[in-house]
Design a binder for this molecule. Structure first.
Ligand SMILES: [Zn+2]
Length: 176
């Protein structure tokens, strides 16, 4: 049995309607200012950046997107190949898991946009719930536990990758 590691990035999700960052219709090409909305320093310092960031997520496709044929092919490979599989992804959309790959076999190097995390107490909760609050009129929802600033559970520009996830990904890449 050979460990198989599949490494994916934004390109696998464009057919699910999630634009990549630097392609022809990429987020940064359409709106260079958008980069500030996902950069840690400005996000933490400026409530207006946070309000725009939440509005961008409300309008975005991330939570409604469905896995496409490529995500499903990887899930089918996991079920049928007999080889141990790990998916190392730069994507934050959760579509590998939505396609049926076991969550413990997916290493999300850049975190997950399906969750939010409190920057003060580090409590995690669901993005869907946070977006419901934004929709209901809280334009910069705070942590319900401690009042801290909430952010998407993704690695923003200016933040480091999670060393634990990165270490696991390195070990898997070497073993594969
Ligand atoms: Zn908190």
């Amino acid at each position: 049995m050979t460990m198989v590691a599949i490494f994916t990035g934004a390109g696998i999700s464009t057919d699910s309607g999630i634009p990549d960052y630097r392609g022809p219709n990429g987020v940064w090409r359409q709106d260079p200012e958008a980069e500030r909305l996902v950069t840690y320093g400005p996000y933490m310092a400026d409530p207006e950046i946070r309000r725009r960031s939440w509005r961008m997520r409300l309008d975005g496709p991330a939570l409604s997107a469905e896995p496409n044929v490529a995500h499903r092919a990887i899930a089918a490979y996991e079920r049928t190949s007999g080889n141990p599989l790990r998916v190392i992804t730069q994507n934050v959309d959760g579509l590998h898991q939505a396609a049926g790959v076991s969550a413990r076999k997916v290493l999300e190097l850049h975190g997950s946009a399906r969750s939010v995390v409190c920057t003060a107490c580090h409590a995690r909760s669901s993005m869907a719930e946070a977006l419901d609050r934004v929709r209901a009129g809280e334009d910069d929802p705070a942590c319900r536990g401690c009042g801290g600033i909430l952010k998407s559970a993704t690695v923003m520009f200016g933040q480091r990758l999670d060393p634990v996830v990165l270490g696991q990904a390195m070990s898997i890449a070497k073993a594969a």
